[in-house]
Design a protein around this ligand. Structure first.
Ligand code: 13P
Length: 253
């Protein structure tokens, strides 16, 4: 089912102590203030997955990782596999974030393999796509994003695809304070959904949650989330402050 989701991507921020405080503040505010059926996910640094999952207990907030390996086990120093995440009962993992593509050389083929590992472990991948500024300026952004989606996801069956969440994150809007307009976001989300429909049919495409990411904050969230093809957000900086993050969540009506 197409679900409304607001996920915080904490990236490489916070000490364990700070992380626990942030999670407990978000948990209390969400319990008090957030009504309706929006799913809230906190994608936290891997060493904090278990302590924060334990802290959240049976709250409605779910925990996610920010990456996983394309391998199951073995001599891959520093890596975390989807099977490890499964053994910790972690339900979500971000894959293909633009920072992973840019700084760690992740490409479509590798990401396809990571998506497969996450799905095989029963973990929902939040698969990221999005164009850098020069591509947007050259006007080839639709082409690039469609290529990113095709390379990493189009080998999946319709049944498997329906377990994937997609996040459209234009790189020029990440951490820059320069948000895509609601119109720009809607246009790209519609392009992605149409692409999914052309391969998997409209019924399947309409089941996929497509999140927007890139300088989402409490002031722009409501307008972005009101777009028909925007099913929620993947939130960086604004997820690091409890009040701001919960106000973003409340932008989802
Ligand atoms: P900002 O919200 O800080 O722009 O980051 C977006 C992002 O990268 C979420 O994954």
């Amino acid at each position: 089912m197409r679900q409304k989701i607001v996920a915080g991507n904490w990236k490489m921020n916070k000490t364990l102590e700070e992380a626990k405080i942030l999670a407990s503040e978000v948990m209390a505010m969400v319990a008090d203030e957030v009504k309706g059926n929006v799913k809230v996910v906190l994608c936290v640094p891997s060493p904090y997955l278990v302590p924060l999952k334990n802290q959240l207990g049976n709250s409605s907030i779910k925990i996610g990782a920010q990456n996983c390996s394309e391998h199951d086990w073995g001599a891959y120093t520093g890596e975390v596999s989807a099977l490890m995440l499964k053994s910790m009962e972690i339900p979500y993992v971000i894959l293909g974030h633009s920072e992973r593509r840019q700084y760690f050389g992740e490409n479509g083929k590798l990401l396809g393999a990571k998506v497969d590992k996450a799905l095989a472990a029963g973990i929902t991948p939040i698969f990221c796509c999005g164009e850098p500024l020069e591509i947007r300026e050259a006007g080839t952004h639709e082409q690039l994003v469609k290529q990113q989606v095709e390379e990493a996801l189009f080998h999946l069956s319709a049944e498997a695809l329906q377990k994937v969440v997609i996040a459209y994150e234009p790189v020029w809007a990440i951490g820059t304070g320069k948000t895509a307009t609601a119109q720009q976001a809607q246009e790209m989300h519609a392009v992605i959904r149409k692409q999914l429909a052309s391969k998997y049919g409209e019924a399947v495409a309409n089941e996929i949650s497509i999140l927007y990411g890139g300088s989402v904050n409490s002031k722009n969230a409501e307008e972005l989330f009101s777009c028909p093809d925007v099913d929620g957000g993947l939130v960086g900086g604004a997820s690091l402050k409890s009040r701001e993050f919960v106000d973003v969540i409340k932008g989802m009506k």
